[in-house]
Design a protein around this ligand. Structure first.
Ligand code: ADE
Ligand code: ZN
Length: 341
């Protein structure tokens, strides 16, 4: 028997075989160009593209803001409850192929209410799809509504008010959109109000923003996990704190490459994060814009980094450990992961 390292293909097959959870996914970022066209036609919405190839060619970004401009524009085709249902169902169908068994997805209510589509329209379509996916495929889910940080905190409070009738079906609140110049502390009061309502809290931090934003998300917003968190590594004391507290980082490798958070996948910090003992997970963020779903992200880091089988198993375990499932549910998923040899 040779004890040569497993091939990249063997590692990818292993990653595929492991049950996984996705914890960082913006449902509006799963709008594939084909659906962009079909919904534009169905709703009579004009889009500035002539073909799917045209759209894909436009998906070249030099920064987060570059991407956000196109992301918010794409949302215009989402008009009816059926549109949100179709969008969510397409994502849930797609992740089954990657052996994703649980998803915790974001939606951006203000991206819709700001253009005249009601909170109720968006959430109704999303929740119907999430319910169907559990009944038909056994894929479980939680829904997290994000506040757009480039807008004032008062608007976030308005969104929390829209959410009031739905709170038993919303797991938590998040914070996304343009990070630099929009620090977590600007949302202290609304995150406090969300906590009083029993909602979990997460926030994008350390994607483009400095380590201080990660620290303030923990200390001021009292978040349960950090979305991205890459720049935490610039601060050794913060890194140590994240390790000791077992804070989950929802890392998004292909997103980081597309948004120039890293110059090259070989320079991605995921392996370093695991070696430091950080609870890192692998996620797709906005798969239709960044070049792929969960397994595409695993494949990219397996190709570029020296991940071992143990690393890959740890990533799968971290995805459930960092989820908002119950301890019993987590245990069942961990046992299923241990059973993959
Ligand atoms: N909204 C959708 N994707 C995002 C990201 N990667 N960062 C911040 N806001 C987002
Ligand atoms: Zn994100």
């Amino acid at each position: 028997m040779s004890d040569a390292a497993p091939s990249k293909d063997a590692l990818k097959a292993f990653a595929l075989a492991l049950p996984k959870a996705e914890l960082h996914l913006h449902i509006e970022g799963s709008l594939e160009p084909e659906m962009l066209f079909s919904l534009a036609a169905r709703n009579g919405v004009e889009i500035p593209f002539r073909s799917v190839d045209d759209v894909r060619a436009a998906y070249r970004f030099s920064s987060l803001q570059d991407f956000l401009d196109i992301y918010y524009q794409g949302m215009n085709v989402l008009q009816t409850e059926e549109d949100f249902f179709d969008l969510t169902m397409a994502y849930l169908n797609r992740v089954r192929a990657d052996n994703v068994r649980h998803v915790e997805i974001f939606f951006d209510p203000q991206g819709h209410t700001g253009r005249g589509v009601s909170f109720d329209t968006a959430i109704s379509g999303i929740l119907t799809a999430l319910g169907l996916s559990k009944a038909q495929f056994g894929v479980t889910s939680k829904l997290i509504m994000c506040f757009l940080r480039h807008l004032p905190e008062d608007d976030a409070f308005e969104t929390l008010k829209h959410a009031e009738p739905w709170l038993d079906r919303i797991e938590g609140v998040g914070l996304d959109s343009a990070e630099a110049g929009h620090p977590p502390e600007a949302f202290k009061r609304v995150f406090g109000a969300a906590a009083e309502r029993g909602l979990k809290r997460v926030a994008h931090a350390g994607e483009e923003g400095p380590p201080e934003y990660v620290r303030n998300a923990l200390d001021i917003l009292k978040v349960d996990r950090i979305d991205h968190g890459n720049r935490s590594l610039e601060d050794a004391a913060l890194t140590q704190r994240l390790v000791e507290a077992g804070v989950t980082l929802t890392v998004c490798p292909l997103s980081n490459l597309k948004l120039c958070v890293v110059d090259d996948m070989a320079a991605h910090p995921l392996k370093r994060m695991l070696d430091l003992g950080l609870r890192a997970t692998v996620n797709s963020d906005d798969p239709s814009y960044f070049g792929g779903y969960v397994m595409d992200n695993f494949a990219a880091v397996i190709d570029a980094l020296d991940l071992t089988r143990d690393d890959i198993r740890t990533l799968a375990k971290n995805s459930f450990a960092g989820s908002f499932l119950t301890e019993n549910e987590k245990r069942a998923h961990m046992a299923a992961i241990d059973a993959v040899r």
